[in-house]
Design a protein around this ligand. Structure first.
Ligand SMILES: C[C@H](O)[C@@H](O)[C@@H](O)C(=O)CO
Ligand SMILES: [Mn+2]
Length: 597
């Protein structure tokens, strides 16, 4: 399998990180003595960011440094002007010294902000940090404060590790905020089976995320299939690839409910066409202009989407499982590429945490039903096996009727361990291994009368993962919930017994959340019992802290998490809302309100 790597570009230029070196404006000695050290800090920060971060589409993150150090209002205005011209979306102020707080700050209300104050004592950078953060808080412009734990010498140009981590986490989350702004959520269809998350709340998207919502009726798929509005060459290529690499699994339907061989062939054709069409709807395709469809070629600039599917479409035509899976995967017949974010059942409130996870981790995301809590006692009763290791406290069965990424099989590996990689690190062998680990099973025709193919795999155990979810609460607004944990491996016969009680044609991930012994993480049952909806978005890695940072930038309070306290990083203003951190988060988010109100 020969695979190229290609970068997807949505409309709008890539946001940059702007670095603002602020300085004590007093000339004739003080300012001059600080110029070099201050600019060097800006250069170190820029180097750190551009060497370590990429945009989720694989392009390098660029930094822009103000033309001069900033000693007061005039230079702050020059810097703001440059940042506008350069499409800066995130602002990081750096300084080793005392500067004039509200005179040097930046006041763009939409730009995530942080200040790194050098922890030396010759010149008081950390004092400026405290002063300017007080100013930001007083003016309703929350900013993140960064300063090293250990005092450094004034000629030390290194960035200590604790500072590095904070700068990178801040910049990555800030870039996520900037990157999603002015993109769109594409709702393909409408409300699926009364699922609340698929009642797309356009106000939430626009005010909290800066994302517009576009709605396209599912009849558009029919039109494009009937009128052949897709790239036929690509379609042929995709069909060949499917025949070669997608193994069809056993049809579990009773004989009289099975689709005929001709119907099954037609289901493949529909599934592949749907995949091309959904992608073209999201991001456009210049090939469509060549065949006379200039408007369709533009796409909808969608950074995420959802497909209603059930029931009107799936009662009639092949389900969306193949389409959703392939879009969410880091590769297809064209090669290795950035995964798209596509929710099944148009659950937009699961698409959002998938988007967050993708923007923060650069990886494909798993979409799942949070289906069953299996207590250790119930597992033993039903299978005779006493759970041990990660499964000791019981498991949550994550399984779904579509939309999970093939990367979620855990069939990619690094140093012999299962892993889900940033898409640009995925190899041809990884892609092949994911396909080998997957069966495409004729869909359950009880649920899906129109047939189609569901993706069936069992996620390898031992991967660190984070499950998250946004819920909308009437009178309160959005909240985010987060559960870090691990995928668990259980004996094959135990899995089969448990899986056979559900929908064995769907992919399974056995999830063991990390327990804290308290509250919603008292035990596995409590995690499931307190989950706010039927779905969860699962990202590789323990990204709870980064999600919390991002949520605070968007003013979305976190209602549940198991992230260790020392890893939590929010704007300094949050400390003014009380010492109980969860309550303070709610009060701060309510006080500042959504970012784009
Ligand atoms: C086939 C069923 O309708 C499933 O799609 C259903 O169990 C869900 O996924 C609900 O979220
Ligand atoms: Mn579901």
């Amino acid at each position: 399998m020969k695979m190229n790597k290609a970068v997807n570009r949505l409309r709008g230029s890539m946001p940059k990180v702007g670095i603002r070196p602020t300085i004590d404006g007093r000339r004739n000695g003080v300012r001059e003595s600080l110029e070099e050290q201050t600019m060097n800090m800006a250069k170190s920060a820029a180097k750190l960011i551009s060497e370590n971060l990429k945009h989720p589409n694989g392009l390098p993150v660029e930094c822009v440094i103000a033309d001069t150090t900033i000693g007061g209002f005039a230079e702050a205005a020059d810097c703001a002007d440059k940042f506008k011209r350069e499409n800066v979306g995130v602002s990081l102020t750096v300084t080793p010294c005392w500067c004039y707080g509200s005179e040097t700050m930046d006041t763009d209300p939409h730009m995530p902000k942080a200040v790194w104050g050098f922890n030396g004592t010759e010149r008081p950078g950390a004092v400026y940090l405290a002063a300017v953060l007080a100013g930001y808080t007083q003016k309703g412009l929350p900013a993140f404060g960064i300063y090293g734990r250990d005092v450094q010498d004034s000629d030390d140009t290194s960035v200590p590790n604790d500072v590095k981590g904070k700068i990178l986490d801040f910049a990555k989350a800030g870039l996520a905020v900037a990157y999603m702004k002015d993109k769109s959520y594409l709702s393909l269809g409408n409300v699926s089976m009364g699922i609340a998350g698929s009642i797309v709340d356009q106000d939430f998207f626009l005010k909290y995320l800066g994302v517009r919502t576009e709605t396209v009726d599912m009849v558009e798929f029919m039109r494009r299939i009937d009128e052949e509005i897709y790239d036929k060459e690509e379609y042929e290529k995709a069909m060949k690839w499917v025949a070669e690499f997608c193994k069809v699994g056993k049809d579990d339907n009773p004989a009289d409910k099975q689709r005929t061989a001709e119907q099954k062939q037609e289901d493949w054709e529909t599934s592949v066409k749907m995949t091309l069409i959904a992608r073209d709807l999201m991001v456009g395709n210049p090939k469509l202009a060549e065949i006379g469809y200039g408007e369709e070629a533009m796409g909808r600039n969608a950074i995420a989407g959802g497909f209603q599917g059930q029931r009107q479409w799936t009662d009639y035509k092949a389900n969306g499982d193949f389409m959703e899976t392939m879009l969410n995967t880091s590769f297809d017949w064209n090669g290795i590429r950035e995964p798209y974010v596509m929710a099944t059942e148009n659950d937009s409130l699961n698409a959002v945490p998938m988007l967050f996870g993708h923007l923060l981790s650069d990886r494909a995301q798993i979409f799942s039903d949070v289906r069953t809590y299996w207590s250790p006692e119930a597992i033993e009763r039903v299978t005779g096996w006493k759970p041990e290791g990660l499964a000791e406290g019981g498991l949550i069965h994550l399984i779904n009727s579509g939309s999970t990424t093939l990367d979620g099989s855990g069939a990619m590996s690094e140093n012999g361990e299962p892993v889900m990689k940033p898409w640009w690190d995925v190899t041809e062998e990884d892609a092949k291994n994911c396909l080998d680990a997957t069966l495409f099973r004729p869909a359950d025709t009880g649920y899906f009368r129109g047939g189609g193919y569901s993706t069936d795999f069992l996620t390898k155990g031992g991967m660190p993962v984070t499950m998250s979810r946004v819920n909308l609460v009437n009178g309160l607004g959005p909240v985010l919930q987060i559960a870090e944990g691990f995928t668990a491996e259980i004996p094959a016969n135990v899995h089969d017994t448990l899986d056979d009680r559900t929908n064995p044609t769907w992919p399974t991930t056995w999830f063991a959340p990390r327990l804290t012994g308290e509250g919603n993480f008292r035990d596995v049952y409590a995690v499931m019992a307190n989950w706010g909806a039927n779905h969860g978005a699962i990202s590789y890695g323990h990204i709870g802290a980064q999600l919390i940072t991002l949520a605070s930038m968007l003013r979305i309070p976190v209602s549940m998490h198991n992230v260790p306290e020392e890893k939590i990083f929010r704007p300094s203003a949050w400390a003014s809302f009380g010492m109980d951190r969860e309550g303070a988060d709610y009060r701060a988010c309510a006080n500042f309100g959504p970012l784009y109100k």
